[in-house]
Design a protein around this ligand. Structure first.
Ligand SMILES: Nc1ncnc2c1ncn2[C@@H]1O[C@H](COP(=O)(O)OP(=O)(O)OP(=O)(O)O)[C@@H](O)[C@H]1O
Length: 395
């Protein structure tokens, strides 16, 4: 992420959410797993059907007024997790809870309520619009679904208000256009307006700016931040870009090969990354301030999710792997200040301490002190800041 996002982190524009165990999540994934069947593969008689282990035993909580970044490389399961949270896919196991209530069926009132309150914003706005419908008719449809009492002039006033909220004014200049007549940034704003028509409590923004021109990304992110604050909504911000997570999101969760491997306040996760995968992600991100020689050696590719490695899924690629990493899945270790890492380096024994010291020397930090396994779903943190400029992507 470029430009104005380089404001000092830690100077929160958003009031901090209650820290520790006080705040209840608006939306949570509880031990969620999603396996997709592998089709078109001939199986030997009696062999178990093959599946893609896209998301495995993931717990993640989203809080009112807070942005949580979900970071990881392509294929790590970020979009699948976002879609599970939106109830677009049935779960293989686990629960998705809105205000503590699980939805067990993809029909009925609780499901409709969930789908209204949890709105997904997708990466490619052009793909999510009907190319032969004007913006007005798309927004009318959204308002008719979510605010059926609004008709005629009232409905038009709602649409004007939605466009005002996303800084596309005068509304008339946009409503009679077709999607292809708008820029990517303008259309992404319209998709946000369409989501707003449902008065959501949660935004699931899946790479909301990665298909947009770099020059307009910041305006869209600041718009999303303002809407989150004003509506006290929760937001999941899915991104490849760990640098933007630091400035945009209060909390960050890092996914690798279908599992969440590190969580915590964005400042801690990005500045004192504990998991060797997060360290690798940070080292791989373009940074003109670095000399180009990565501190953490990358020794391979992400694994197949059809046949993921035993133990820690990152171990074949990890320069700090120990014997146990190849056979035993690590628990989540609690570091300090709500920071967790699912990595054997943080076990409390002599071998782990030695490898941890090797890791700390390699990344140039002091070794983190583990405090024992923790529950990933209850951690919160102070906010970070972005600038307030939203732009409007004027034609
Ligand atoms: N509908 C599906 N059927 C089968 N496999 C799927 C399906 N959707 C996703 N997958 C697989 O699940 C794994 C996780 O994919 P997912 O799209 O969630 O990752 P991602 O981290 O969002 O990647 P990207 O950043 O490229 O979108 C991948 O191996 C992908 O091929």
């Amino acid at each position: 992420m470029s430009g104005d996002l380089t404001k000092e982190p830690g100077t929160a524009a958003t009031p901090a959410a209650p820290a520790g165990g006080g705040a209840r999540p608006v939306l949570e994934a509880v031990d969620v797993t999603k396996h997709f069947p592998v089709r078109g593969v001939r199986l030997r008689r009696g062999a178990a059907p093959r599946v893609v282990h896209a998301v495995e035993n993931v717990s993640l909580s989203l809080y009112a007024g807070r942005i949580t970044a979900l970071v990881g490389e392509s294929g790590s399961g970020k979009s699948t997790l976002a879609r599970l949270l939106a109830q677009l896919y049935p779960l293989t196991s686990g629960e998705v809870r809105l205000h503590g209530q699980a939805v067990h069926s993809q029909r009925g009132r609780a499901f409709r309520d969930h789908v209204r309150k949890v709105q997904l914003i997708l990466q490619d706005p052009f793909a999510s619009f009907n190319p032969v419908a004007t913006i007005a008719s798309t927004l009318k449809r959204a308002v008719a679904i979510h605010q059926p009492g609004k008709r005629g002039k009232d409905q038009a006033a709602v649409i004007d208000d939605l466009l005002q909220q996303i800084n596309l004014v005068p509304a008339r200049q946009f409503t009679e256009k077709y999607p292809h007549e708008l820029s990517g940034g303008q259309l992404q704003r319209i998709s946000i307006a369409r989501a707003l028509a449902a008065s959501p409590e949660v935004f699931l923004a899946d790479e909301p700016v990665s298909s947009l021109d770099v020059s307009i990304r910041l305006g869209i992110l600041n718009l999303l931040r303002r809407l989150t604050e004003e509506r006290n909504a929760a937001m999941l911000y899915v991104t490849h870009d760990i640098a933007s997570a630091r400035y945009f999101a209060a909390d960050t969760a890092v996914m690798y090969a279908g599992e969440v491997v590190e969580t915590g306040p964005s400042e801690a996760v990005t500045q004192q990354a504990a998991h060797p995968y997060t360290q690798l992600l940070i080292d791989s991100a373009p940074d003109p301030a670095r000399d180009g020689s990565g501190r953490v050696r990358d020794i391979g590719q992400p694994p197949s999710l059809i046949d993921p490695p035993a133990g820690c899924r990152f171990h074949p690629r990890c320069p700090f792997a120990m014997e146990r990493c190849g056979s035993q899945a690590p628990p989540s270790f609690d570091l300090t200040g709500g920071h967790t890492a699912r990595c054997w380096l943080y076990a409390d024994d002599a071998e782990a301490r030695e490898r941890r010291a090797d890791n700390a020397r390699a990344v140039g930090t002091g070794p983190a002190d583990p405090a024992g396994p923790t529950d990933l779903s209850t951690e919160t943190s102070p906010d970070t800041a972005v600038t307030t400029s939203e732009g409007a992507d004027a034609p």
